[in-house]
Write a protein that binds this ligand. Structure first.
Ligand code: GTP
Length: 596
């Protein structure tokens, strides 16, 4: 009976207490006893614990008794960050309601708004919740007003809780049952289930998370994925309580998992529809979209020896995260490495951190760049993932870059600083909304490349950490862009090419040339460091000729000391990369890449 099922998720800005609230719900429903309770039980990836953020969506079934009724509450945990927007959207499609959680001190933040709009778009019933009312500086009344102004929720309806101490949790459970509608769906119809997540278990293979929309699926049945057409036998199915608990069937309205001996996560697509093999009548659910990779960078091992180790590590990572991709890349400057694609900046950071934690490899990373579209002179559109692939200016008809809509929420005293910053980043203001006595939401369209560059850090620093930013893709727009090359004695250094706005090219070209000059050791001959657009040189620096004599300081005949120094110089040279006949140390690349 679906009347006693509630499917909901918690949406919140980072750190507003989503995981803590999930823990309290598990505890109050008796799903997990206090003794079993490990703080933030749902965040089970090590890295999530370290960073304190939720990366992958999870689903937990709780049994809750109220009077004579027993309810099944399915909590679907959604990732809070925009990089994982597609996963958020699939998780929302599995719910009828959402708890919109806002910190009683911090108030409404950029991601609160973005996530709430997404939930409203999916027609979810919103239960507004104000958390952390135990804090001394809590200001629940003002926050309720901010929520009304930005999201249209009724201040009277806000449930006030402390996820930490447990105050108000019982009232919240009542609100979940009374306000969120039960799922619709007919257990006797043909099977139609949506895949909203998957993860990989070393022993069982891919574990597919599904929400049953219509029909019933039973152990031993042969299921089929609509998108790939592949069919598999269901060897186990069940729910997370929160550990895996097998059962005989899952039917309309329920959320659970399927294990079908699928060897690769690449075969399970989030957003896909599961049907029973042979049941041709069941249509695929709408909304399957491939996650788009918008940010790319090159990863190279500092020591060429580590190449295969790096490949193994990347392969291991991509098994668990199909939205991350990589392909081999060769650079004259950095040797053999990989071009990697990410959903966004946070995704990139997470992958890098995992690589560092899991594989002990020293990495050189090229500056991140976004995906571009170029219409060439023949009228063909090509998608570009790395700056060095941008054709020469004469071959380009139109150069397009991705634009994102940024929502920035700031205390009023910082509005001026943020507006100035957004203008400098070629932002176009779209809206200016007052949220409360002292908070405003600014909406800008800004090139993603500018956001990727350092917008988030800059907003944090010009608002003393109070400003929050969220962004979503709007589309590609033509812009006055160019490929800026860096040349050393006439040779293009591929790893240092960037795409930038023509108006910025002079400044950036000069800055890189200067920086690189400072890092290049003097040679026996003069070395020219140039920045160029196509064949036009826009900046030049010169490293004067001379050879560094490492033994100059050693007077007299201490030959063993001299040998030692020469040996050290030789080792240092091993880590040098030669561009033409000029040797550039890895350190020089790192220095230039760190803020070019
Ligand atoms: P992400 O997973 O990063 O999105 O964060 P989250 O929203 O899951 O937040 P989390 O539950 O990790 O809580 C963030 C911090 O707020 C933790 O240090 C919690 O202990 C604290 N916190 C959560 N709820 C409360 C509360 O009701 N009162 C107080 N005082 N602190 C709370």
């Amino acid at each position: 009976m679906t009347t006693h099922i509630r499917n909901f998720c918690i949406i919140a800005h980072i750190d507003h207490g989503k995981s803590t609230l999930a823990d309290r719900l598990l505890e109050h429903t008796g799903t997990v006893t206090r003794r079993e309770m490990k703080d933030q039980l749902l965040d089970d990836l090590d890295l999530e614990r370290q960073r304190g953020i939720t990366i992958k969506a999870r689903a937990v079934a709780m049994t809750f008794k109220r009077g004579n009724d027993t309810y099944q509450l399915n909590l679907i945990d959604t990732p809070g960050h925009v990089d994982f927007q597609y996963e958020v959207s699939r998780a929302l499609a599995c719910c009828e309601g959402a708890l919109l959680l806002v910190d009683a001190f911090q108030g409404v933040e950029a991601q609160t708004v973005a996530n709430a709009y997404a939930a409203i778009e999916h027609d979810l019933t919103i239960v507004p919740v104000i958390n952390k009312i135990d804090l001394v500086h809590a200001r629940p009344d003002e926050v309720a007003e901010e929520m009304m102004n930005s999201l249209g929720t009724d201040p009277e309806e806000c449930v006030r809780v402390s996820a930490k101490t447990g105050i108000g949790i019982d009232g919240l459970l009542d609100a979940i049952i009374e306000q969120i509608p039960p799922p619709s769906g007919d257990p006797d119809a043909v099977l139609q289930a949506m895949v909203f997540d998957s993860n990989y278990d070393d022993y069982r293979g891919a574990i597919t998370y599904v929400r049953i929309m219509q029909g019933t699926v039973r152990k031993g049945q042969k299921i089929q994925f609509a998108r790939t057409g592949q069919s598999h036998e269901v060897v186990e199915l069940g729910q997370f309580v929160p550990h895996r608990q097998g059962c005989e069937e899952l039917s309309a309205g329920q959320v659970g998992y399927l294990i079908c001996n699928i060897k690769s996560l690449g075969d399970v697509h989030i957003g896909d529809t599961v049907t029973i093999l042979g049941d041709k009548a069941a249509p695929a659910l709408p909304g399957y979209a491939r996650p788009k990779r918008m940010v790319y960078c090159g990863l190279f091992p500092s020591d060429g020896q580590d190449f295969s180790e790096l490949r193994d590590a990347l392969e291991r990572l991509s098994v668990n995260d199909p939205s991350f991709e990589f392909e081999p890349e060769t650079s004259d400057a950095l040797g053999f490495g990989f071009r990697c694609g990410f959903l966004g900046l946070l995704h990139m950071e997470i992958i890098q951190q995992r690589l560092e934690n899991e594989a002990d490899i020293d990495l050189v990373q090229t500056a991140p760049n976004v995906t571009y579209e170029i219409v060439d002179k023949r009228g063909e559109t090509v998608t570009i993932h790395k700056p060095q692939d941008v054709p020469d200016p004469g071959d380009i008809e139109e150069f397009r870059q991705p634009i994102v809509r940024c929502s920035i929420i700031v205390p009023n005293e910082y509005i001026g600083a943020v507006m100035k910053l957004c203008q400098e980043r070629r932002g176009i203001q779209r809206a200016h909304e007052v949220l409360g006595a002292n908070r405003t939401m600014l909406t800008y369209h800004i090139p993603l490349a500018e956001v990727v560059y350092d917008l988030h850090d800059k907003i944090k620093s010009c608002t003393k950490g109070y400003g929050t930013l969220d962004y979503e893709m709007v589309g590609f727009e033509a812009a006055d862009l160019c490929r800026l090359d860096i040349m050393v004695n006439g040779n293009r250094v591929d790893a240092l090419a960037i795409v930038c706005h023509k108006a910025d090219a002079d400044r950036r070209g000069r800055a890189v040339a200067k920086k690189l000059k400072a890092e290049i050791a003097q040679h026996m001959f003069e070395v020219a460091v140039q920045a160029a657009i196509g064949s036009r040189v826009i900046a030049r620096e010169t490293v004067r000729a001379m050879r560094k004599n490492v033994t100059a300081k050693c007077y007299g005949g201490d030959i063993s000391r001299k040998r030692k120094l020469l040996q050290k110089q030789k080792e240092g040279k091993k880590r040098m990369k030669a561009i033409g006949s000029v040797e550039i140390s890895q350190k020089a690349f790192m220095a230039v890449l760190s803020d070019s």
